[in-house]
Design a protein around this ligand. Sequence first.
Ligand code: UT7
Length: 320
Amino acid sequence: MSFTIIGTGKAVPEYVMPNDELSTMVETNDEWIRTRTGIEKRHICKSETITQLCVEAANNALENAGVKPEELDLIICSTMRGENITPSQGCMIQKEIGAACAAFDVNAACSGFIYALDIAAGFFARKAVKKVLIVSMDNLSNIIDWTDRSTCVLFGDGGAAAVLGEGDDLLSIHITAVGNDDAIRIPHGTNSSPFYEHEEERAVLHMAGNDVYKFATAAMANGIKKAVADAGLQQSDIDCVIPHQANIRIINTAAKNLDIPREKFFCNVQNYGNTSSGSVPIALDEANRTGVLKKGDLIAMCAFGGGLTTGSCVIRWNKD
Ligand code: UT7
């Protein structure tokens, strides 16, 4: 037994920042951002905390699933940086929604949602759980360098949640990691020890964009190929691809290397930018709520990110 997805829900901050606003902060312009990334706008936290967004996404998913918080057996939150070092973001969600189950965090950067699905599958396989909540949320506006045009135009805040119930709709899943702190790195930045001998670094995102681009295009095509083959399917069987939304060019390049028509790739990077861990489940929630997904559809999901990590899977959509 694996699981079936019975509900989804998203939460993004209210404030929408269009590309033009960024051009008042760094030397960039709407045309460069659109043509090089596909991004038109992103949501940025002003008043919202990451906990508030996690709770909103969780409640939306629970409502969509028709599940009460007290029915949950496990909460997994994927995030790179929760509200506190401890308690975990998962525990903060548990407290705020009024659940009583175990809760913890997983940090796999943009691949976090798929890592969390794989972890959850293990709990279902040994029949330790009946209902699991996954919340994938990042608040990158707090940790990007707003003076660096090569990164600050790419990211946005937000995320989404999924409620899993018992079922057999995870057809394959594959996660990878290649330890690498040159391509993407966000240092902690703070150290209270008067004894520590290393220099403190600013806690902002550093990225070698071109290296990540090459990694990403290969990771997306290879990840989808493997997940589809492991599920015993042909690429032509896939009804919808939910790819990590980092750059429309990465999605277009991956699509060219697959036998899946480009129109089957669900894309919303234009509205959110790269929301890291939130990106795949936000897209899944939008596909769910806009009627793109039909009961019985075969969905391939794929993500890549800091670590460097990747995750890919095929699920059967079994929701009316
Ligand atoms: O979730 C995983 C995280 N990250 C990613 O997936 C990112 C993967 N990488 C990418 O998406 C792309 O590499 C970027 C969007 C980051 C960059 O696109 P690119 O087409 O590879 O541009 P580039 O870095 O080769 O830069 C081309 C030019 C440079 O100018 P010169 O040296 O040719 O004069 C940059 O300085 O564009 C310049 N540039 C900009 N110009 C206007 C870089 N950023 C900007 C900007 N506005 N924001």
